[in-house]
Ligand binder design. Structure first.
Ligand code: PEP
Length: 268
């Protein structure tokens, strides 16, 4: 199973200078040390998601490296061009060098009211331009306390079914194309940036549920990678990596320092 460690830089770093420093340290470390090889033959794929303003410069610098670049979001309205002030389209981020986009991050859901109707459009736009999708799902603290995690996931994952239904060509090839372009990141909202983490047993059981749910939508989706996100750091990464149900990590705070990000990558 392919493993992934993805750094979500959010609205960081503040300056071009600090972005350059971060990229420099990532390049230096990955060039001198093949940190992305795990014990078996599989390779942990590294990816970073800079802010839109830094996407082109970062992806140009990472072009000859083993790191991929992702956008943090794309426009729901058009995959190409149009009168959508403030938006960046899938075509524009692909042209800037991104091969993936994060979609449905809890901060987008919270601050931009991103719901399934919007996400299905964004997913469709990503696929129209050949971008891979890192779809984030996860419950809030209140939902976790009320034992609603699985029903929240059902509702959030149903966007995948909506997308498959919406595609005019519902062939096995269409499902396979989606499977080749989709990663799910399970991120309990209460674990993001808080230092609180669920147990590996809890995460493994939830990932198993996610894998079964998406496989029930279309057979090719049985093999997609499911990553864990929420306060992953250089110390706890080994625990998560030990579970075969956890196929990598989506990392926020610890991705802003090359050494902690690469230590997490090393674990997977
Ligand atoms: C995130 O925002 O996707 C995330 C996982 O953040 P952190 O690692 O800081 O909890």
């Amino acid at each position: 199973m392919q493993t992934w460690v993805i750094g979500n830089w959010k609205q960081n770093p503040a300056t071009n200078h600090d972005v350059t420093m971060l990229v420099d340290s990532l390049l230096q470390a990955t060039n001198k040390d093949n940190v992305t090889k795990n014990a078996a033959t599989a390779v942990c794929q590294l990816m970073v998601a800079p802010s839109c303003i830094h996407l082109a410069s970062v992806s140009a610098r990472l072009q000859d490296s083993s790191l991929l670049c992702a956008a943090q979001d794309i426009s729901a309205h058009s995959h190409s061009t149009g009168a959508y002030t403030g938006d960046c389209s899938a075509q524009q981020v692909a042209d800037a060098g991104a091969s993936w986009t994060i979609l449905g991050h809890s901060e987008r859901r919270q601050y931009h009211k991103e719901c399934n109707d919007i996400l299905v459009q964004k997913m469709s736009n990503a696929l129209a331009q050949g971008l891979g999708i890192v779809l984030c799902v996860g419950e809030t603290q209140a939902q976790y306390d009320a034992k609603q995690t699985l029903s929240v996931l059902d509702a959030q994952l149903s966007v995948i079914k909506e997308l498959l239904n919406q595609q005019s060509n519902q062939s096995p090839e269409c499902a396979q194309k989606l499977a080749d372009h989709l990663i799910i990141a399970y991120e309990p909202v209460w674990a993001i940036g808080t230092g609180k983490v669920p147990t590996v047993t809890e995460v493994s059981a939830t990932h198993e549920y996610i894998k079964q749910t998406v496989a029930s939508f279309a057979a090719p989706l049985a093999n997609i990678s499911v990553l864990y996100g929420g306060s992953v750091n250089a110390v706890n990464a080994d625990n998560f990596a030990a579970s075969p149900m956890i196929n990598g990590a989506l990392v926020g705070g610890a991705a802003l320092k090359a050494d902690s990000f690469l230590a997490i990558a090393d674990a997977f």
